[in-house]
Design a protein around this ligand. Structure first.
Ligand SMILES: Nc1ncnc2c1ncn2[C@@H]1O[C@H](COP(=O)(O)OP(=O)(O)OP(=O)(O)O)[C@@H](O)[C@H]1O
Ligand SMILES: [Mg+2]
Length: 144
């Protein structure tokens, strides 16, 4: 089910969009962010953080630990980046299942790499580079 399809014309626009949407997500929601390098996934998560009352400058890709938790904010945000994950076993080691049961919003960059470990319901966010400044963002709700 497609929820939203937009073209963002700048990083600032992507941040603002995510900031605006942030409070429509509820504790326990899982956001799977998919798209090539530099397509705006981290920018989107930074905007989400701002919308939840978290300092956006704290948001950076958790490339080596796979997950970042940020202080502050009125809803917890768990920021994953699975780009460097070689095997889904590595997710068990960081407590993936436990995160799924926590009362926070999970935003997972390169989340398609965890395909067999995704919950029954999640938001799929697809980012596509159109040109230097434009990004197509497609958000849909996946329910199996
Ligand atoms: N409309 C736009 N929205 C978001 N970022 C944009 C936009 N236009 C240009 N950019 C640039 O694209 C880059 C997006 O970087 P970002 O780290 O968010 O990508 P990413 O998808 O997280 O990449 P990675 O897969 O490496 O984690 C930034 O350098 C940003 O300035
Ligand atoms: Mg990123």
């Amino acid at each position: 089910m497609s929820v939203l399809h937009v073209t963002s014309h700048s990083e600032a626009e992507t941040l603002a969009l995510a900031e605006k949407l942030a409070r429509s997500f509820l504790p326990g929601d899982v956001l799977i962010l998919v798209g090539e390098l530099g397509s705006g996934k981290t920018a989107f998560v930074r905007g989400l953080a701002r919308g939840l009352g978290i300092d956006g400058s704290l948001v950076n890709s958790p490339s080596y630990t796979f997950v970042n938790e940020y202080p502050g904010g009125d809803r917890k945000l768990y920021h994953f980046d699975l780009y460097r994950m070689n095997d889904t076993n590595e997710l068990y080691e960081i407590g993936w299942d436990e995160y799924l049961s926590r009362e926070g919003i999970m935003a997972v960059e390169w989340g398609e790499k965890a395909a067999e470990l995704l919950p029954q319901k999640y938001y799929l966010m697809e980012f596509r580079i159109v040109n230097e400044t434009d990004r197509d963002i497609d958000i849909s709700l996946v329910q199996v």
